[in-house]
Write a protein that binds this ligand. Structure first.
Ligand SMILES: [Zn+2]
Ligand SMILES: [Zn+2]
Ligand SMILES: [Zn+2]
Ligand SMILES: [Zn+2]
Ligand SMILES: [Zn+2]
Length: 336
């Protein structure tokens, strides 16, 4: 009998050990493949935990060496950034010029696109779900209106119908909606987006075509996007995306993970940036690593609603790097 026991599919001796977790063995590669659907949750090297302070967070469940793959997952939803999004192709997020006489339009919804063969415009997972809703929109693309800021929240709302499982996962993400509602400026901005979505898109949908079309759910979604979305720079434009597990990684100014994105489907691959011990919280960086402590903390407080207490933030020298220290250039001789 294999030392990891019997194949969970057929109970014969297990000889092919899962190379990721080494906790289970199969009689054959075929049965390993067949069993992956069940095994993948146990195989992943992290557990999701929750606490009052941190909300939900992620902890490694085994020792990980540097560069070990931690997760590879598809986004729940992705779209143009919310604040200040300008005219862009809804397939690839490349900026477009609405005044360009050669501007191409999506044949169905008449929103600008970069080309008629843009991958994201044709692909059924990318632009198509909202394309059917945008057909009802009569506004013309121009800089400064709300059209593009409303797209990401609209895509989130459409998940209710398009993919109820992903919708449930989105509902489980943190939104800080109560704190956000108390902030006059934020509340005003979200109200503008909510009004735009309701008047231009939802009003024209058949009643009941989405289970929840309330202003409350739009406030919640805008909070989820602001708190959890990760920014992807594609070389053509900028996309923001929400992930079921990667969005749960906590912030640390010395993160123990690093990640990269696949640019065709925005799948995220997360790796260990340092050796990680079993039981360590997995962290990423929500702000800019080369900013000084004051700037990082101000940014985190304003966008993510917490004051970072990490080792780097607690050390005035920022772990000996003196990234925010002022350099004393001595006494001006003319003052002596
Ligand atoms: Zn078997
Ligand atoms: Zn495994
Ligand atoms: Zn495009
Ligand atoms: Zn379209
Ligand atoms: Zn910090």
């Amino acid at each position: 009998m294999g030392d990891k026991g019997v194949c969970p599919v057929c109970k014969k001796d297990g000889v092919h050990t899962c190379s990721a977790c080494k906790a289970v063995a199969y009689c054959s590669k075929e049965h390993q493949k067949d069993h992956w659907k069940n095994h993948k949750l146990q195989c992943r090297p992290f557990d999701v935990k929750s606490s009052k302070n941190l909300g939900r967070y992620i902890v490694s469940n085994r020792d990980l060496s540097r560069d070990a793959i931690i997760m590879s997952e598809s986004p729940l939803v992705f779209g143009p950034k919310m604040a200040g999004a300008g005219p862009q192709c809804l397939g690839c997020y490349q900026p477009v010029d609405p005044g360009d006489p050669k501007l191409l339009l999506c044949p169905r919804c008449k929103w600008p696109v970069c080309s008629n063969v843009c991958f994201g415009v044709i692909h059924k997972e990318h632009h198509l779900p909202e394309c059917l809703v945008l057909c009802n929109n009569t506004e013309v693309a121009e800089a400064g209106n709300m059209m593009y800021e409303a797209i990401f929240p609209l895509r989130c709302l459409l998940l209710q119908k398009k993919n109820p499982r992903k919708w449930q996962q989105l509902l489980s993400l943190e939104s800080h909606v109560d704190e956000r509602k108390k902030d006059k400026d934020i509340n005003h901005d979200v109200e503008k987006i909510a009004s735009y979505i309701c008047d231009n898109f939802l009003e024209r949908l058949d009643k009941g075509s989405l289970p929840d079309m309330s202003r409350e759910i739009i406030h919640f979604i805008c909070g989820v996007i602001e708190v959890n979305s990760l920014e992807i720079t594609t070389g053509r434009g900028e996309v923001h995306a929400l992930y079921p597990s990667a969005s749960l990684m906590e912030h640390n100014c010395m993160p123990n993970t690093k990640h990269c994105f696949q640019l065709d489907d925005f799948k995220i691959n997360v790796f260990a940036a340092t050796p990680i011990k079993k039981g360590e919280n997995l962290s990423t960086m929500y702000t800019h690593i080369l900013w000084g402590t004051q700037a990082r903390r101000d940014h985190l407080k304003a966008t993510k609603y917490f004051t970072c207490q990490c080792q780097r933030c607690s050390d005035p020298t920022e772990l000996g790097t003196h990234l925010s220290s002022l350099k004393c250039i001595g006494v001006d001789p003319s003052d002596v």
